[in-house]
Design a protein. Sequence first.
Length: 412
Amino acid sequence: MEWWRRFGPASGSDPKLKDPFGRYVLTTFVGGINMTFAEAARHIAGVSAHELSAITNRHLSVEKINEAITDVVNAFMRLDLVKAWGDGTSVAADGTQMDTFIDNLLAESSIRYGGFGGIAYHHISDQYIALFSRFVPCGVWEAVYIIDGLLKNASQMKPDTIHADTQGQSFPVFCLAHLMGFELMPRIRNWKDRTFYRPSASARYRHIDVLFDQGGRNVIDWRLIETHWRDLMRVSIAIRDGTLASPLLLRRLGSNSHRNQIYRAFREVGRAVATVQLLRFISDPSLRRRVTAATNKVESFNNFTDWLAFCNGGLIAENDPVEQEKAVKLTSLLANCVIFHTTLDLMNVVRDLQAEGWQITREDLAAISPYLTDHIMRFGTYATTELTVRPGAFNPHLDVEFEAEEEEPAAV
C-alpha cells in the first residue's frame, strides 16, 4: 500500500534523505508511541534526534498523515477477514483523555475524564480500523465533532450510520446528521429520562402513550420547520461544500441560541429524529446490541492506542496545537498499521488451521479482535536492520464463506 509515499517536503521535491522509506517508518513509529526524539536516538541505532525532528516538522503535515491513514484503511478493506467483523457501513465516535503540560493554551481540566490536557477523538469503523482522529480540547463538547469526522473521511469506506455514547444525545446533532444523510444512533443509557415529542397535540398511541407528556406541551412545531427549511438546507449545503465547519455551527447552536430562529428550527427537526430513534432503541433488542457492540469497539480502540503510546506516561510534550494534532494522528496511523499487520497474521493462522483440516466459519472469525498485544514487544532496543527490506505483496483472500445464506421461503 506504500502509505509512506505520502510524506515529503512541502515543495514536493526530492526528500533528499538517505533512506526515505526507513526514515518515514521510524518517524511514524516514534511519534506513534509518543517517544521524544532524544529518547529515540538513544534506543534506535543510526538515527539522530535532529533528523527525526526535521522530518516531523518539514515532511509530515496533518494533511499528509490523513492521506497515509486513508491508504492504510483502503488496503485494510481488501482483506477478506474484515468481512467477518462488519460491513463498513457504521462507525462509532468517542474520545480518550490525553495529558499535556498545564502551561498550554488548549489544556483544560476535564470533568468527564478527570484529567488535565486534551482529548484524542476517534471515529472507528465497525471493522475496527480508525477512519479519522483529531485532538480536541477538554473544554469543548465532544458531540460537535461527531459529523465532522465523517465529512473529512476520505477513504473508500463510507459509513452512513454513526454511534456514540451518551454525549451524542443532542437535538442539533440529530438534525445535522439527518440533513447530511447520516443516521445518528447513540447509546442511550438514560432513555427513561428523555423527552418523547408528539407529532401533534391530538396524537395518541394505544400502547406507548404513557411515554409521552400528557399535557400536550411536547409537540413538534412543524410550521417553524417549514418556515426555515430553506435555511436548514443552505446550512447543510455550506457544510457539505466546506464553506462552513460543522463544529463551528454546532458550537454556536449549543450555547445561548434559544432566541435564534435557526437554532429553534434545528432543535425541532432534532426532536423529531431523536424521538423516532428513541422508539427504535427501546423496541429493538438487536439494535441495542449493535449499538453496544459498536461503542465497545471504539472504547477498545482507545485502550489499544493508550497501550501503544506508552512513552512519557502518555503525556504529549508539545504545546503547539498543530504538533498535538500530529501526535494524535500519528498514534492512529501506527495503530492502523499494527491492526493491518495483525489481521494479516490472523489470516495466515487461519490458512494453517485449514491446511490441518479445521473448518473455519465466519462466526469463528467474528469472535476475534485485531487489538491483540501479546505478540508486540514494546521495550528494549529497537532493531532497524530490516527497515531496508520492502514488504512484499500481501494475500487478501481467505477460503471462508463470508456471505450469509439467504433463508428459503417457508412452504405455504
